[in-house]
Ligand binder design. Sequence first.
Ligand code: AKB
Length: 324
Amino acid sequence: MSTNVSPSGETILVIGAGGQLGLELTHELRRLYGASNVVAADVRMPQDAELTQAGPFELLDVLDSSRLTDVMRRYKPTQVYHLAALLSATAEQQPKFGWRLNMDGLFNVLDASVDLGVQRVYWPSSIAVFGPDTPRQHTPQLTTMNPNTVYGISKLAGEQWCEWYFRKHSLDVRSLRYPGLIGYKSLPGGGTTDYAVDIYHKAVAGEAYECFLKQDTYLPMMYMPDALKATLDLMHAPAERLQVHNSYNLGAMSFSPAEITASIQRHYPDFAVTYQPDSRQQIADSWPASIDDTQARLDWNWQPEFTLDKMTDDMLLHLKEALV
Ligand code: AKB
Protein backbone atom coordinates (compact mmCIF):
# COMPACT_ATOMS: atom_id res chain seq x y z
CA MET A 1 0.00 0.00 0.00
CA SER A 2 1.45 3.38 -0.99
CA THR A 3 1.35 6.13 1.56
CA ASN A 4 3.76 9.00 1.97
CA VAL A 5 3.63 10.04 5.59
CA SER A 6 5.99 10.29 8.47
CA PRO A 7 3.56 9.30 11.20
CA SER A 8 5.53 10.18 14.33
CA GLY A 9 3.82 12.19 17.04
CA GLU A 10 0.27 11.32 16.02
CA THR A 11 -2.43 9.80 18.22
CA ILE A 12 -5.46 8.53 16.35
CA LEU A 13 -8.97 7.74 17.57
CA VAL A 14 -11.12 5.46 15.37
CA ILE A 15 -14.82 5.57 16.27
CA GLY A 16 -16.72 2.61 14.84
CA ALA A 17 -13.57 0.50 14.76
CA GLY A 18 -15.54 -2.75 14.87
CA GLY A 19 -17.38 -2.10 11.61
CA GLN A 20 -16.59 -3.34 8.09
CA LEU A 21 -14.28 -0.43 7.24
CA GLY A 22 -13.25 0.39 10.81
CA LEU A 23 -11.74 -3.01 11.47
CA GLU A 24 -9.41 -2.97 8.49
CA LEU A 25 -8.61 0.73 8.78
CA THR A 26 -7.68 0.36 12.45
CA HIS A 27 -5.33 -2.54 11.71
CA GLU A 28 -3.70 -0.55 8.91
CA LEU A 29 -3.39 2.62 11.04
CA ARG A 30 -1.81 0.58 13.84
CA ARG A 31 0.66 -0.88 11.36
CA LEU A 32 1.58 2.62 10.16
CA TYR A 33 1.49 4.61 13.39
CA GLY A 34 2.20 1.95 16.03
CA ALA A 35 -0.53 -0.01 17.84
CA SER A 36 -0.32 2.01 21.06
CA ASN A 37 -0.96 5.26 19.14
CA VAL A 38 -4.25 4.14 17.62
CA VAL A 39 -7.25 3.98 19.96
CA ALA A 40 -10.05 1.75 18.69
CA ALA A 41 -13.54 2.61 19.93
CA ASP A 42 -16.88 0.98 19.28
CA VAL A 43 -20.35 0.85 20.81
CA ARG A 44 -19.97 -2.91 21.36
CA MET A 45 -17.13 -5.35 21.96
CA PRO A 46 -15.82 -6.40 18.54
CA GLN A 47 -15.55 -10.09 17.59
CA ASP A 48 -11.99 -9.48 16.45
CA ALA A 49 -9.87 -10.02 19.59
CA GLU A 50 -6.83 -8.37 18.01
CA LEU A 51 -8.68 -5.06 17.86
CA THR A 52 -9.13 -4.96 21.62
CA GLN A 53 -5.82 -6.57 22.57
CA ALA A 54 -3.17 -5.24 20.19
CA GLY A 55 -3.76 -1.60 21.19
CA PRO A 56 -6.03 0.58 23.32
CA PHE A 57 -9.78 -0.06 23.05
CA GLU A 58 -12.71 1.94 24.45
CA LEU A 59 -16.40 1.07 24.56
CA LEU A 60 -17.96 4.26 23.25
CA ASP A 61 -21.40 5.33 22.07
CA VAL A 62 -20.78 8.39 19.89
CA LEU A 63 -24.20 9.76 20.95
CA ASP A 64 -22.87 10.03 24.52
CA SER A 65 -21.08 13.35 24.12
CA SER A 66 -19.70 13.52 27.67
CA ARG A 67 -18.13 10.05 27.39
CA LEU A 68 -16.75 11.01 23.96
CA THR A 69 -15.20 14.16 25.42
CA ASP A 70 -13.83 12.14 28.34
CA VAL A 71 -12.18 9.61 25.98
CA MET A 72 -10.78 12.42 23.82
CA ARG A 73 -9.43 14.34 26.83
CA ARG A 74 -7.71 11.20 28.04
CA TYR A 75 -6.02 10.19 24.78
CA LYS A 76 -5.65 13.67 23.21
CA PRO A 77 -6.00 12.42 19.60
CA THR A 78 -4.44 14.52 16.86
CA GLN A 79 -6.65 12.75 14.30
CA VAL A 80 -10.15 11.31 14.62
CA TYR A 81 -11.75 8.87 12.17
CA HIS A 82 -15.50 8.90 12.81
CA LEU A 83 -17.01 5.88 11.04
CA ALA A 84 -20.04 5.01 13.18
CA ALA A 85 -23.27 5.20 11.18
CA LEU A 86 -26.46 3.37 10.24
CA LEU A 87 -26.25 2.31 6.56
CA SER A 88 -28.88 2.71 3.85
CA ALA A 89 -31.16 -0.32 4.31
CA THR A 90 -31.15 -0.21 8.13
CA ALA A 91 -31.72 3.56 8.24
CA GLU A 92 -34.87 3.10 6.10
CA GLN A 93 -36.16 0.68 8.78
CA GLN A 94 -35.23 3.00 11.68
CA PRO A 95 -35.43 6.48 10.13
CA LYS A 96 -35.44 8.57 13.33
CA PHE A 97 -32.63 6.63 14.94
CA GLY A 98 -30.68 6.62 11.65
CA TRP A 99 -30.94 10.38 11.45
CA ARG A 100 -30.01 10.82 15.13
CA LEU A 101 -26.98 8.52 15.00
CA ASN A 102 -25.71 9.84 11.68
CA MET A 103 -26.21 13.54 12.48
CA ASP A 104 -25.84 13.91 16.26
CA GLY A 105 -22.87 11.53 16.22
CA LEU A 106 -21.19 13.74 13.64
CA PHE A 107 -21.95 16.95 15.57
CA ASN A 108 -20.54 15.42 18.76
CA VAL A 109 -17.30 14.52 16.98
CA LEU A 110 -16.98 17.87 15.17
CA ASP A 111 -17.69 19.92 18.33
CA ALA A 112 -15.31 17.89 20.50
CA SER A 113 -12.65 18.13 17.79
CA VAL A 114 -12.95 21.93 17.65
CA ASP A 115 -12.97 22.25 21.46
CA LEU A 116 -9.99 19.93 21.97
CA GLY A 117 -7.87 21.12 19.06
CA VAL A 118 -7.90 17.95 16.93
CA GLN A 119 -5.79 18.55 13.82
CA ARG A 120 -7.63 16.40 11.29
CA VAL A 121 -10.97 14.58 11.15
CA TYR A 122 -12.06 11.88 8.71
CA TRP A 123 -15.74 11.22 8.07
CA PRO A 124 -17.09 8.90 5.35
CA SER A 125 -19.81 9.98 2.97
CA SER A 126 -21.36 7.75 0.30
CA ILE A 127 -22.73 7.49 -3.23
CA ALA A 128 -26.07 7.62 -1.35
CA VAL A 129 -25.84 11.45 -1.42
CA PHE A 130 -27.08 11.16 -5.02
CA GLY A 131 -30.70 10.51 -5.90
CA PRO A 132 -33.02 9.58 -8.77
CA ASP A 133 -32.59 13.01 -10.45
CA THR A 134 -28.80 12.64 -10.59
CA PRO A 135 -27.15 11.64 -13.90
CA ARG A 136 -26.52 7.90 -13.37
CA GLN A 137 -23.48 7.37 -15.59
CA HIS A 138 -20.13 8.91 -14.58
CA THR A 139 -21.91 10.96 -11.94
CA PRO A 140 -19.97 14.21 -11.56
CA GLN A 141 -18.60 15.67 -8.33
CA LEU A 142 -21.01 18.59 -8.52
CA THR A 143 -24.48 17.83 -9.85
CA THR A 144 -28.15 17.48 -8.90
CA MET A 145 -28.26 15.49 -5.64
CA ASN A 146 -31.80 15.13 -4.16
CA PRO A 147 -31.19 11.87 -2.24
CA ASN A 148 -34.40 10.05 -1.23
CA THR A 149 -33.13 7.77 1.54
CA VAL A 150 -32.65 8.68 5.21
CA TYR A 151 -29.03 7.59 4.94
CA GLY A 152 -28.46 9.68 1.80
CA ILE A 153 -30.12 12.75 3.29
CA SER A 154 -28.01 12.41 6.44
CA LYS A 155 -24.80 11.98 4.41
CA LEU A 156 -25.55 15.00 2.22
CA ALA A 157 -26.39 17.14 5.27
CA GLY A 158 -23.26 15.82 6.99
CA GLU A 159 -21.09 16.79 4.02
CA GLN A 160 -22.43 20.35 4.16
CA TRP A 161 -21.80 20.50 7.91
CA CYS A 162 -18.24 19.24 7.46
CA GLU A 163 -17.63 22.07 5.01
CA TRP A 164 -19.23 24.54 7.43
CA TYR A 165 -16.90 23.44 10.25
CA PHE A 166 -13.97 23.79 7.86
CA ARG A 167 -14.95 27.36 6.93
CA LYS A 168 -16.18 28.61 10.32
CA HIS A 169 -13.83 26.77 12.67
CA SER A 170 -10.87 25.97 10.36
CA LEU A 171 -11.34 22.31 11.27
CA ASP A 172 -9.52 20.13 8.73
CA VAL A 173 -12.31 17.63 7.97
CA ARG A 174 -11.76 15.25 5.05
CA SER A 175 -14.29 12.97 3.43
CA LEU A 176 -14.88 10.46 0.62
CA ARG A 177 -18.10 9.36 -1.04
CA TYR A 178 -17.52 5.62 -0.85
CA PRO A 179 -19.09 3.24 -3.31
CA GLY A 180 -20.06 -0.23 -2.01
CA LEU A 181 -17.06 -1.66 -0.15
CA ILE A 182 -16.08 -5.30 -0.53
CA GLY A 183 -13.64 -7.14 1.72
CA TYR A 184 -13.05 -10.64 3.07
CA LYS A 185 -12.10 -9.74 6.65
CA SER A 186 -15.51 -8.64 7.86
CA LEU A 187 -19.13 -8.49 6.81
CA PRO A 188 -20.96 -5.24 6.13
CA GLY A 189 -24.24 -4.65 7.93
CA GLY A 190 -27.41 -3.04 6.69
CA GLY A 191 -26.27 -1.70 3.32
CA THR A 192 -27.71 -1.97 -0.19
CA THR A 193 -24.37 -3.02 -1.68
CA ASP A 194 -23.90 -5.89 0.86
CA TYR A 195 -24.89 -8.50 -1.72
CA ALA A 196 -21.49 -8.09 -3.36
CA VAL A 197 -19.82 -9.41 -0.18
CA ASP A 198 -22.41 -12.07 0.72
CA ILE A 199 -22.24 -13.61 -2.75
CA TYR A 200 -18.54 -14.56 -2.33
CA HIS A 201 -19.21 -16.24 1.03
CA LYS A 202 -21.98 -18.36 -0.52
CA ALA A 203 -19.80 -19.35 -3.49
CA VAL A 204 -16.97 -20.54 -1.25
CA ALA A 205 -19.41 -22.40 1.04
CA GLY A 206 -20.66 -24.28 -2.05
CA GLU A 207 -24.17 -22.87 -1.67
CA ALA A 208 -26.50 -21.10 -4.10
CA TYR A 209 -27.14 -17.38 -3.58
CA GLU A 210 -30.44 -15.52 -3.65
CA CYS A 211 -29.67 -11.93 -4.62
CA PHE A 212 -31.87 -9.10 -3.34
CA LEU A 213 -31.15 -6.90 -6.38
CA LYS A 214 -32.06 -7.51 -10.04
CA GLN A 215 -29.34 -9.05 -12.19
CA ASP A 216 -28.79 -5.90 -14.29
CA THR A 217 -28.48 -3.39 -11.42
CA TYR A 218 -25.17 -1.59 -11.89
CA LEU A 219 -23.63 0.08 -8.84
CA PRO A 220 -20.21 1.61 -8.13
CA MET A 221 -18.08 -0.72 -6.00
CA MET A 222 -14.56 -0.86 -4.55
CA TYR A 223 -12.28 -3.51 -3.08
CA MET A 224 -11.18 -2.84 0.49
CA PRO A 225 -7.43 -2.40 -0.21
CA ASP A 226 -8.32 0.42 -2.62
CA ALA A 227 -10.67 1.97 -0.04
CA LEU A 228 -7.92 1.87 2.62
CA LYS A 229 -5.41 3.38 0.23
CA ALA A 230 -7.82 6.15 -0.81
CA THR A 231 -8.67 7.01 2.79
CA LEU A 232 -5.05 7.16 3.92
CA ASP A 233 -3.85 8.98 0.82
CA LEU A 234 -6.53 11.63 1.34
CA MET A 235 -5.68 11.98 5.03
CA HIS A 236 -1.98 12.28 4.19
CA ALA A 237 -2.43 14.78 1.35
CA PRO A 238 -1.12 18.32 1.93
CA ALA A 239 -4.06 20.56 2.93
CA GLU A 240 -3.29 23.10 0.23
CA ARG A 241 -3.88 20.48 -2.50
CA LEU A 242 -7.47 19.83 -1.44
CA GLN A 243 -10.12 21.80 -3.26
CA VAL A 244 -13.14 19.82 -2.12
CA HIS A 245 -14.26 20.38 1.48
CA ASN A 246 -17.60 18.60 1.48
CA SER A 247 -16.64 15.12 0.14
CA TYR A 248 -14.74 13.68 -2.83
CA ASN A 249 -16.34 11.41 -5.44
CA LEU A 250 -14.41 8.15 -5.45
CA GLY A 251 -14.65 5.46 -8.12
CA ALA A 252 -13.02 2.13 -8.90
CA MET A 253 -15.35 -0.27 -10.72
CA SER A 254 -18.99 -0.67 -11.62
CA PHE A 255 -20.74 -4.01 -12.09
CA SER A 256 -24.10 -5.76 -11.87
CA PRO A 257 -25.06 -8.93 -9.93
CA ALA A 258 -24.93 -10.84 -13.24
CA GLU A 259 -21.35 -9.67 -13.85
CA ILE A 260 -20.06 -10.53 -10.37
CA THR A 261 -21.72 -13.95 -10.75
CA ALA A 262 -19.90 -14.52 -14.04
CA SER A 263 -16.64 -13.43 -12.44
CA ILE A 264 -17.13 -15.97 -9.61
CA GLN A 265 -18.16 -18.69 -12.09
CA ARG A 266 -14.65 -18.53 -13.61
CA HIS A 267 -13.64 -20.33 -10.37
CA TYR A 268 -16.93 -22.10 -9.51
CA PRO A 269 -18.69 -22.96 -12.79
CA ASP A 270 -21.66 -24.52 -10.94
CA PHE A 271 -22.30 -21.54 -8.70
CA ALA A 272 -26.00 -20.68 -9.00
CA VAL A 273 -27.65 -17.32 -8.32
CA THR A 274 -31.37 -16.50 -8.27
CA TYR A 275 -32.85 -13.01 -8.08
CA GLN A 276 -35.49 -11.94 -5.59
CA PRO A 277 -35.44 -8.11 -5.48
CA ASP A 278 -36.68 -6.59 -2.23
CA SER A 279 -36.99 -3.00 -0.91
CA ARG A 280 -33.26 -2.47 -1.43
CA GLN A 281 -33.86 -2.51 -5.20
CA GLN A 282 -35.55 0.89 -4.95
CA ILE A 283 -32.56 2.29 -3.07
CA ALA A 284 -30.11 0.89 -5.65
CA ASP A 285 -32.21 2.32 -8.50
CA SER A 286 -31.87 5.81 -7.01
CA TRP A 287 -28.05 5.65 -6.91
CA PRO A 288 -25.41 6.23 -9.61
CA ALA A 289 -24.24 3.33 -11.77
CA SER A 290 -20.73 4.77 -12.10
CA ILE A 291 -18.75 7.69 -10.69
CA ASP A 292 -16.60 10.45 -12.15
CA ASP A 293 -13.75 10.93 -9.66
CA THR A 294 -11.61 13.30 -11.74
CA GLN A 295 -11.24 15.76 -8.86
CA ALA A 296 -9.78 13.12 -6.52
CA ARG A 297 -7.35 12.06 -9.27
CA LEU A 298 -6.29 15.67 -9.81
CA ASP A 299 -6.02 16.80 -6.19
CA TRP A 300 -4.35 13.81 -4.51
CA ASN A 301 -3.50 11.42 -7.36
CA TRP A 302 -6.23 8.87 -6.71
CA GLN A 303 -5.79 5.73 -8.80
CA PRO A 304 -7.62 2.47 -8.03
CA GLU A 305 -5.83 -0.82 -8.50
CA PHE A 306 -8.52 -3.53 -8.47
CA THR A 307 -10.82 -4.57 -11.32
CA LEU A 308 -13.75 -6.95 -10.81
CA ASP A 309 -11.86 -10.10 -11.82
CA LYS A 310 -8.75 -9.15 -9.85
CA MET A 311 -10.91 -8.55 -6.77
CA THR A 312 -12.76 -11.85 -7.29
CA ASP A 313 -9.50 -13.80 -7.51
CA ASP A 314 -8.23 -12.23 -4.29
CA MET A 315 -11.53 -12.51 -2.37
CA LEU A 316 -11.96 -16.20 -3.22
CA LEU A 317 -8.36 -17.00 -2.40
CA HIS A 318 -8.63 -15.46 1.07
CA LEU A 319 -12.08 -16.85 1.85
CA LYS A 320 -10.92 -20.35 0.83
CA GLU A 321 -7.82 -20.00 3.03
CA ALA A 322 -10.05 -19.09 5.98
CA LEU A 323 -11.97 -22.37 5.53
CA VAL A 324 -8.91 -24.63 5.99
C1 AKB B 1 -24.76 1.07 1.68
O1 AKB B 1 -25.04 0.22 0.82
O2 AKB B 1 -25.59 1.62 2.41
C2 AKB B 1 -23.31 1.49 1.80
C3 AKB B 1 -23.01 2.70 0.98
C4 AKB B 1 -22.97 2.61 -0.49
O3 AKB B 1 -22.79 3.74 1.52
N1 AKB B 1 -22.46 0.41 1.43
